[in-house]
Design a protein around this ligand. Structure first.
Ligand code: NAD
Ligand code: GLY
Length: 371
């Protein structure tokens, strides 16, 4: 059996393990059994994941005597909507789920966020287990209990905190992920280095290509390091009253870009985050906070792994700085009308700022749009 590593999210009696390794999916039944309140689960997944990996999960559950039903949804960000949430809840209630039934979110961040929210509110809250299948979900969305849907007013504006009982991250499942999705997820891996771990960023400069290309050991190390970083932040600030906001490095920009492009294929979430992190570094340089060489290093690294990181990633789109700023004004992190940005004093030195002036922001965006 190949090696697995376990990371603990230390939240007292709501704490849980993240089990990372190649082949974890085939052991899902045995790993899940100890956290189930009854031998019944409902698996929520999307069409792409169902086609490729649902059978492995079904077999693992059946082998352990866990009764399972499956709900297969359309793939894509559009599924994080009020309509899809209503349908999912209707389906779950129609199946006669009980308080002791566990939902299994089996997919990327879209399925994790939607099923997580359904679990948070169905029967006033039932258990959820996350089995992430994208790199982004392995290192970010499956951990920490944030769940949400998008609305026409913006991304993730309706949601709840609902921690999973267990996270099973099978690195082998990532082999079927389209390369563009893999690279987009890699942006969230890099994020942890940029926030407070320059040694990890330096390691990624040397091993990022191996992570992308599927080297099992490099992949596991990248995922475990990312999960440890996230687990530590979540354990210290579960509901984002302080340092958890650091995890939003690049996200104030990213959410505005995604709102503008309509949460579609034009710009994937991770791509928007990569662009947003570059803009956060540029803004920090413009404000005299960060050495320009550090911003260059981030761009060089994204270019090296072939990850889109400039506004031209959305080909043919004509951006408008004022529209982007208007989207940022509706960001849920805004406080007393001030936008929240994560800025940097250098690689691995991120901090929270509500001091950014609209004039500086507009100048930065206009420069990036013109580039
Ligand atoms: P996704 O869930 O849409 O998955 C991307 C695509 O890959 C989909 O088409 C999916 O069907 C396909 N796919 C998934 N696993 C596959 C596999 N193993 N093989 C082949 N295809 C596979 O997107 P994502 O990037 O995983 O997640 C993005 C979402 O996550 C966004 O909505 C974002 O807001 C959310 N998010 C949430 C958090 C959080 O803390 N809750 C953190 C970061 C991002
Ligand atoms: N992805 C940001 C957070 O979990 O807080």
């Amino acid at each position: 059996m190949s090696e697995t590593e376990t990371v603990r999210v230390d939240l007292g009696d709501r704490g849980y393990d993240i089990v990372v390794g190649d082949g974890v999916l085939a052991r899902a039944g045995e790993l899940l059994a100890p956290v189930l309140s009854q031998d019944r689960v409902v698996v929520v997944t999307d069409r792409n994941v169902a086609k490729l990996h649902l059978e492995t999960l079904q077999r693992a559950l059946a082998d352990t005597g866990i009764r399972h039903e499956d709900i297969v949804l359309e793939a894509g960000e559009q599924t994080k909507s009020f309509g899809a949430l209503e349908q999912l809840l209707d389906d779950l209630l129609g199946r006669g789920i009980e308080r002791a039934t566990t939902l299994v979110a089996f997919g990327g961040g879209v399925i994790g966020d939607l099923a997580g929210l359904a679990a948070a509110i169905a029967l006033r809250g039932i258990d959820i287990v996350q089995i992430p299948t994208t790199l982004l979900a392995h290192v970010d969305s499956s951990v920490g209990g944030k769940t949400a849907i998008d609305t026409p007013h913006g991304k993730n504006l309706v949601g709840a905190f609902h921690q999973p009982r267990l996270v099973l991250a099978d690195t082998g499942v990532l082999d079927t992920l389209p390369p563009r999705e893999l690279r987009a997820g890699y942006a969230e891996v890099v994020k942890y280095g940029l926030i407070d771990d320059p040694d990890f960023f330096a390691w990624l400069e040397g091993h990022g290509a191996a992570v992308i290309e599927g080297d099992t050991t490099a992949r596991r190390r990248a995922i475990v390091t990312s999960c440890k970083a996230k687990a530590a932040i979540v354990a210290g600030d579960e509901r984002e009253s302080g340092d958890r906001a650091l995890l939003n490095l690049g996200h104030t920009f990213a959410h505005a870009l995604e709102t503008e492009t309509g949460f579609g294929d034009e710009l994937l979430h991770g791509e928007a985050v990569a662009i947003g992190m570059c803009l956060a570094f540029d803004l920090s340089v413009e404000l005299g906070l960060c050495p320009p060489a550090d911003a260059d290093r981030v761009r060089r690294h994204f270019a090296m792994v072939d990850l889109a990181h400039g506004l031209d990633a959305a080909q043919g789109r004509i951006w408008n700085a004022e529209r982007l700023i208007a989207h940022m004004d509706r960001d849920k992190k805004a406080r007393d009308g001030r936008k929240t940005f994560i800025l940097v004093r250098g690689l691995g030195q991120a901090f929270i700022s509500r001091e950014v002036e609209n004039d500086d922001l507009k100048a930065l965006l206009e420069e990036a749009i013109a580039a």
